[in-house]
Ligand binder design. Structure first.
Ligand SMILES: Cc1ncc(COP(=O)(O)O)c(C=O)c1O
Length: 746
């Protein structure tokens, strides 16, 4: 129908003269009729929509509009027909207009979730007892038909993984049939989705489109409303619980209904996905509404602990949760050693049960999405498919130790060396950062014939016996045995806390310490000290230390386990930041994007001193699967220009965080390079007294708002930021907003 004809129908049959504008619609053709300051909706329904069905709709709408301003009134001229059969076929009806934007277009404000539930509950309450035979009709959208719809339309989903997901949901429904049969039925709106809920001025102002009204399960009204409200939310189950709680304020929820809400939410999403798949290519955008968000959510819910989620929703409806005998936390405490720690203790906001990672996000067992600003191991993003593919292909083909010739292993060693400055000619592949440092220590000792070592204060270098001895962070920390006699600890030239870090006084101290004990085989040091609190030591001070160690015949080991592989943006390695020239470089964490891999690169001279006749055998180190993974990581860093990204996003983050220092006196310092940053929190900028309590509060608050951060530094007052280096500007904005909000309330 043309807009001109629609305007004519409105004027002739409904007494409303105005201008017509077409609106989106699935079955009906809808027009907004603007008449002066007033507006109406003219609906043109096809012949398949019987007059009897239209009458039932009109009746229900009248009843609802009488109960609440959030519903449209059917409009008919005095003495005129409410349902007009048109000469060209089909019929016309008219309702009043509600001003507002669809929830989906209004950025899905999470705080309206409970009110959407209340809206669904209102419909159910008002329509209770209403019945009309025309509403007993068959429709894909009647949730009571979901098992049939999924069986019939599931085959349209072509991707096997997606199809399996739909089949799982169908299987679950079939198992629940005895309970589904007990569900109370009544007439419901049947399509309280994110396009039909209208929002204005931060409030839910209306519910439109009664075209899918039918006789169905009463609880389907709630399940459908919840399914669309939780699309694209960080905490889908939490938001669904709000919808349920809002609904339960006004409508009754039986025990069986409460138990089934979660399954029915998933069923509705699955129906929506299958209907879209079955209509793909038909060109009606209304059919594909929210399709991407629906699949994203279905995938996310696939990893959700469904018993816990169902329990959460039942509890929101005021019904008991199903009992669980042993929680995963209790089982962990029973079988895993007490020396292992959990981030976010029960005394804070509780530990996380993470079940999936993708890109910069982690997802927990309730489908909550967290921005991961901590994981410097998933360097190029969680679950990077190139890495997964490289590992899988090589694993299928062959995995052995290094005692055979293998092209991938050699190619990888060559590629790694090409990333290092001239002079690095030999690589040993190992399985972790600790192992890399352990091997570097043996090399330093072999090259010098000495035993003692120097390290920087607050450093951490690994979990083996020797590495604990070389980690002041550990031997001076809880449970530590103090500084071993063969270790010299050099003070950290921290520009924020240590004052004159590059001057003569510092040189004298270093020189004196190195001269005091046994001559050292070498120095093991990071170039940005992570566990020390993301401290970038003074460059001149670092060059001086390297010089002093060398002058005394020692070798210099750069620990790049945290900082290597482009993370710091300006350089591929952090020793380059200071213009250092190490003899040995150790690598770990990011090198395999989560696959256990480490490496030691060194000069030919050091390598020859180490190859003294004793074989270096490492069962797993240098296996072809690890080498294939390492190659895939290097490829991705180059192809996706991730070092450049770390530089760009890191600079932006630094400037934004420095700007937030203007708003928060508690931020004493913001520092770092690329995507290796630290925020130091203090009680007072003048005294720099550390504020560990506030730091913990900020990190816990950020977690509650979907952002994961960690804490380090000798005073536990430095927030560490070291996300996957695929981190985007948008991610940076979210991080800054979370820190800002946390500081504002903490
Ligand atoms: C600087 C540094 N070196 C070495 C290691 C030890 O690496 P891994 O835990 O892989 O053994 C770590 C681990 O946190 C580290 O931060």
């Amino acid at each position: 129908m043309t807009t001109a004809r629609a305007a004519a129908v409105a004027a002739t049959h409904f007494g409303i003269s105005g201008v017509a504008f077409e609106l989106p619609g699935e079955v009906d053709t809808n027009f907004r009729i603007r008449s002066g300051d007033d507006s109406y909706v003219l609906r043109i329904s096809p012949e398949s929509t019987t007059a009897s069905l239209l009458a039932a709709r009109q009746f229900a709408m009248t009843r609802l509009a009488a109960a609440s301003v959030r519903f449209q009134f059917p409009h008919s001229p005095p003495g005129g027909e409410a349902i007009v059969a048109l000469p060209e076929g089909g019929s016309a009806t008219m309702v009043t207009w509600i001003d507002g934007a669809p929830y989906a277009d209004a950025r899905r404000p999470v705080e309206l979730a409970a009110d959407i539930g209340l809206l669904a509950g209102t419909v159910v309450r008002v329509l209770e007892g209403f019945h009309h035979p025309a509403l007993d009709r068959e429709s894909h959208w009647n949730l009571a038909a979901a098992p049939t719809v999924l069986r019939e339309l599931g085959p349209h989903v072509s991707n096997p993984a997606d199809r399996a997901l739909i089949d799982d949901i169908l299987d679950r429904l079939i198992v629940q049939v005895p309970k589904l049969q007990q569900l109370p039925k009544q007439v419901i709106h049947g399509d309280i989705n994110d396009l039909n809920v209208l929002v204005a001025d931060g409030e839910v102002v209306g519910l439109i489109d009664f075209g899918d009204m039918n006789h169905s399960w009463r609880i389907a009204e709630l399940a459908i409303a919840a399914a669309y409200t939780i699309l694209d939310q960080d905490d889908p189950i939490g938001v669904a619980a709000d919808v349920v709680a809002g609904y339960a304020q006004i409508a009754a929820v039986s025990a069986v209904e409460a138990e089934l809400i979660y399954d029915l939410i998933r069923a509705r999403l699955a129906v929506s996905a299958c209907v879209s798949a079955s209509r793909a290519g038909q060109g009606n955008p209304h059919h594909m509404v929210s399709e991407t968000e629906v699949w994203e959510l279905l995938e996310r819910l696939d990893y959700v602990d469904s018993i816990a989620a169902a329990g959460e929703l039942a509890a929101a409806a005021g019904k008991p949760r199903p009992d669980r005998t042993h929680s995963i936390g209790e089982r962990r405490d029973t079988v895993l050693g007490g020396a292992l720690s959990l981030t976010y203790r029960a005394s804070d906001s509780g530990p996380l049960h993470i079940v999936r990672g993708e890109g910069v996000y982690l997802y927990d067992d309730m489908g909550r999405r967290y921005l991961d600003c901590v994981n410097n191991v998933a360097h190029i993003g969680h679950g990077h498919l190139d890495v997964v593919e490289a590992a899988t292909e090589q694993m299928v083909l062959l995995n052995t130790n290094t005692r055979y010739l293998h092209d991938t292993v050699i190619s990888y060693a060559e590629r790694l060396l090409a990333k290092l400055p001239d002079g690095f000619e030999v690589v040993y592949l190992v399985n972790s950062g600790s192992e890399a440092n352990e091997l570097a220590l043996r090399m330093a000792r072999a090259a010098t014939g000495r035993r003692a070592m120097a390290v920087l204060d607050h450093g951490y270098h690994g979990n083996t016996s020797a590495m604990i001895d070389l980690s002041p962070y550990k031997f001076n920390g809880p449970g530590g045995g103090g500084q071993p006699d063969w270790v010299t600890v050099l003070p950290l030239s921290d520009p924020y806390r240590a004052g004159d870090v590059g001057g003569d006084g510092y040189r004298e101290t270093v020189s004196q310490l190195l001269g005091e004990g046994e001559p050292v085989a070498g120095l093991l040091a990071e170039s940005i000290v992570g566990c020390g609190g993301q401290v970038i030591p003074d460059s001149a001070g670092m060059r001086m230390i390297y010089g002093e160690v060398r002058e005394r015949g020692g070798v210099c080991i750069a620990d790049e386990v945290q900082t290597g592989f482009g993370r710091i943006g300006s350089h591929f390695w952090s020793f380059q930041l200071h213009g250092l020239e190490p003899d040995i470089v150790t690598m770990g964490k990011p090198i395999g994007n989560g696959h256990p891999l480490g490496a030691v690169a060194t000069t030919r001279a050091v390598a020859e001193a180490f190859a003294n006749g004793m074989e270096y055998f490492n069962t797993f180190g240098g296996n072809p699967v690890s080498a294939a993974v390492g190659l895939a990581v290097l490829d991705a860093i180059e192809e996706e220009e991730l070092q450049e990204n770390a530089g760009k996003v890191g600079d932006y983050l630094l400037s934004e965080l420095r700007a937030s220092m203007m708003r928060h006196q508690a931020i004493g310092d913001v520092r770092g390079s690329g995507l290796f940053l630290g925020i130091e929190l203090v009680e007072d900028r003048a005294t720099k007294a550390p504020n560990a309590e506030l730091t913990a509060a900020v990190v816990n608050h950020a977690k509650e708002h979907g952002v994961l951060l960690s804490i380090d530094g000798p005073h536990h007052n430095v927030i560490k930021i070291k996300p996957p280096i695929t981190f985007s500007m948008e991610n940076a904005d979210k991080l800054v907003a979370a820190v800002d909000a946390a500081l504002a309330v903490s």
